[in-house]
Design a protein around this ligand. Structure first.
Ligand SMILES: [Zn+2]
Length: 422
């Protein structure tokens, strides 16, 4: 048998050790000791492999603008929105494309080959949505991008923003977004949620709403999203992002909400970098954590996945587009420290992300599916979450697209491996 590429001795998440054969960009055989004459060979040597990391929430239009035109000194969400509002009118399609393209390069180099991006469609400048749509189409061979039309300033606070959201759908975005808690009144927030669902139904798009990204326990638009998901028959195609108010809901309401979300089939996305740094800012001690109830949602059967959200932008001046770092941070803030929970957190950054993006037909290490793979320089999910290891190889459609040589460390001339002694 001949093939394009064979990966030898790869450790799957379920513990099996297999060879993987890719031909014409798809997995054609997965098994033990495969014959693969003529194929390019990679020796994984027992390293863990997974399907691609999935970044379910990333403001690619704002990435790499930190400090322009000024720094967000308070670190608050509101100052970030104000700084971004000052910068937005001057952005060009090419500028947005170039910065976002650089972040895609960082992402793929670290194994992230699926990204849901958000393009701000508030205000007159169309550079953000046009730049990201062009990027989506031009990098499709390397990375699958879905673009969400995101009305950062709401759709009812300024004349014309409602129309601009719809116009982004005509331009070809994949998802319609919203920000109901940011509308001037809760009535307008409700109206916004319904409008988002109407548009999704009318144009046949997915929904991804920034929902209840606040510490206000009275912000409860998520239950409205659940209700509309059922009414509009959009189960599996709806995502609620951030949902940080959930970190302040009391137990009775929380348990009722979990049931609603499960029944509606809504995906929830947690964004650990922004959530940990932005929420709880106005609290005196004791301070709240400001995370969606990730652990409890998983236990209730709700799909939860993760995003980088912010990378060197007005909200967060750090970041390097690594979904393993995002998962590790979420693990700590949501108490997912049990052995099985640590493994599950890596699934939140991989398989569960694919479910959120509804790309499962083209995702996964199975015969017939695209030959996309991440080879971690570690033997298990737990070691991945502990060490944040190099991605030894990143494979897209059967081709090695990124390679990292792991760093070596010595102490007094002796190697230090950061592994317990055998
Ligand atoms: Zn966001």
């Amino acid at each position: 048998m001949s093939g394009d590429l064979v990966v030898r001795n790869a450790r799957l998440l379920d513990g099996r050790l297999v060879d993987l054969l890719a031909q014409d960009g798809r997995w054609t055989r997965i098994g033990e000791s495969l014959a693969a004459d003529g194929a390019h060979e990679l020796e994984a040597d027992g390293r863990l492999v997974t399907a691609p990391l999935v970044d379910c929430h990333l403001h690619l239009d704002a990435s790499l603008t930190a400090g322009t035109p000024r720094w967000n000194e308070s670190g608050t969400l509101i100052e970030g929105i104000n700084v971004w509002g000052e910068l937005k009118p001057s952005l060009t399609e090419q500028d947005v494309f170039d910065r976002a393209h650089e972040i895609v390069r960082w992402s793929v180099a670290q194994g992230t080959m699926f990204i849901r991006a958000h393009a701000d469609v508030s205000g007159e400048n169309e550079a953000m949505v046009r730049g990201l749509l062009r990027l989506r189409d031009e990098v499709a061979d390397l990375c699958t991008i879905q673009v969400t039309a995101f009305p950062q300033d709401g759709i009812f606070a300024r004349e014309g923003d409602d129309e601009r959201l719809e116009n982004a759908l005509r331009l070809g975005v994949d998802c319609v977004g919203g920000i109901p808690h940011y509308e001037p009144t809760s009535e307008l927030g409700l109206k916004e949620v319904h409008r988002v669902f109407e548009l999704a139904k009318q144009y046949g798009r997915r929904v991804d709403v920034h929902c209840d990204e606040t510490d206000d326990p009275n912000s409860r638009f998520l239950e409205v999203m659940a209700d509309d998901t059922v009414k509009y028959g959009l189960g599996g195609r709806v995502t609620a992002s951030h949902c940080t108010a959930m970190g302040s809901y009391e137990p009775y309401y929380s348990s009722k909400l979990h049931g609603f979300l499960k029944r509606a089939g809504i995906n929830v996305v947690v964004n650990p970098f922004a959530n940990s740094l932005i929420q709880g800012r106005l609290d005196v001690y004791p301070k709240r954590r400001g995370f969606a109830q990730l652990k409890e949602l998983l236990a209730a059967g709700v799909n939860v996945s993760l995003g980088n959200d912010v990378i060197m932008d007005p909200w967060y001046s750090l970041g390097r587009a690594d979904m393993v770092e995002a998962a590790s941070l979420a693990l700590h803030f949501t108490y997912m420290s049990g052995r099985d929970e640590i493994v599950e957190m890596l699934r939140c950054a991989t398989e569960r992300g694919a479910k959120t993006l509804a790309v499962e037909d083209e995702y996964g290490i199975e015969e017939g599916k695209p030959a996309d793979l991440v080879v971690f320089d570690a033997p298990s999910a737990i070691e991945v979450m502990r060490l944040h290891p190099a991605r030894r190889w990143v494979i897209r459609r059967g081709r090695v697209v990124a390679e990292t040589t792991p760093a070596t460390t010595t102490l007094l001339g002796e190697p230090v491996t950061f592994a317990p002694p055998l």
